[in-house]
Design a protein around this ligand. Structure first.
Ligand SMILES: [Ca+2]
Ligand SMILES: [Ca+2]
Length: 298
């Protein structure tokens, strides 16, 4: 009794695959499609037995995934990254984007472009790789350096051979701010507002408040006591902040009034990079008032 086996393919096997004499199909397929065959077993004592089979070779597809921060998946087209508040003239820390290939085939042709209203404010760093094999990842950075104050927007687009997310679109936003120049009142109790020696320049970068006034100044009155500061302001004097530490202020000769958009900003200077830009307007039309004490809010 002799058994024999024969395998017949209805079409040639996918390129890259071979059918061995032992019936084993091996290799790496490079052609998609369905490949059908018939196995025929013969036996001298029994009728032949046949069994059909199919080999389906699917496409090896790449699949892009983008994370920012690492571990947080972004959605193509609706992702929006806020690059924060940055002082005009300086840059944010690099914001790192991770690009992954979660598919089987190579993710190729990776490239990042940018556009949008304030695209020049956003610098895209170099991609670590332009091709990712299955399971691998790379990164690129975006740095935000606002050209001026206010809301700034742009978008980046990650091109690749992904089947349905090419390009992968991400909106960017950020806010340009102005750093307040901080001065602390250094006079013992009384002194002239216009005398630069009465002020300590906390950052050694500014010009002391004067009759003309400077916008975006933060003025601190930290020592306990009642200050009498004379000044000859004849028009509005815009400040970033006016800080009191258990003190009150009297501006003789002219009046002082101020308001702010955000309550509770007057107890201590905030860190410069995140400083509030809520304006406090000092108006000095005429007359004299004593400013009510402003206490710490907490
Ligand atoms: Ca995809
Ligand atoms: Ca897209």
């Amino acid at each position: 009794m002799v058994a024999q086996r024969e395998i017949l393919m209805s079409r040639p096997l996918s390129n890259g695959l071979t059918l061995g004499p032992d019936g084993v199909i091996s290799g790496t397929p490079v052609t998609m499609g369905t490949f059908s065959g018939t196995i025929t077993a013969t036996n001298t004592a029994l009728p032949d037995a046949t069994q059909t089979f199919s080999i389906v070779i699917g496409q090896a597809l790449p699949e892009i995934a983008v994370e920012q921060p690492p571990g947080t998946n972004l959605t193509d087209g609706s992702a929006s990254i806020n690059c924060g508040r940055v002082i005009v003239g300086s840059s944010s820390s690099p914001i790192i984007f991770t690009v992954k290939n979660l598919g089987v085939g190579d993710l190729t042709g990776l490239a990042v472009t940018k556009d949008g209203t304030h695209a020049n404010d956003f610098t895209v760093g170099t991609l670590g790789a332009t091709t990712l094999t299955s399971g691998n990842s790379t990164t690129f950075s975006v740095t935000f350096a606002p050209g001026t104050t206010g809301s700034r927007t742009a978008a980046i687009h990650i091109a690749s051979n992904d089947g349905d997310e090419n390009p992968f679109d991400i909106m960017l936003s950020g806010t340009g701010t102005i750093a307040p120049t901080v001065f602390t009142w250094a006079a013992a109790v009384t002194g002239s507002w216009n005398d630069a020696t009465n002020w300590t320049d906390d950052q050694a970068i500014g010009i002391a408040p004067n009759a003309a006034g400077q916008a975006n100044y933060s003025l601190n009155f930290n020592l306990p006591g009642v200050y009498t500061a004379t000044h000859n302001l004849s028009a509005g004097f815009q400040l970033n902040q006016l800080n009191f530490a258990g003190s009150s202020a009297t501006l003789a000769g002219n009046s002082l009034s101020f308001s702010a958009n955000t309550a509770g900003n007057y107890t201590s200077p905030p860190p410069v990079p995140t400083a509030s830009l809520s304006p406090a307007m000092m108006a000095a039309p005429c007359g004299s008032i004593r400013q009510a004490p402003i206490r710490p809010s907490a």
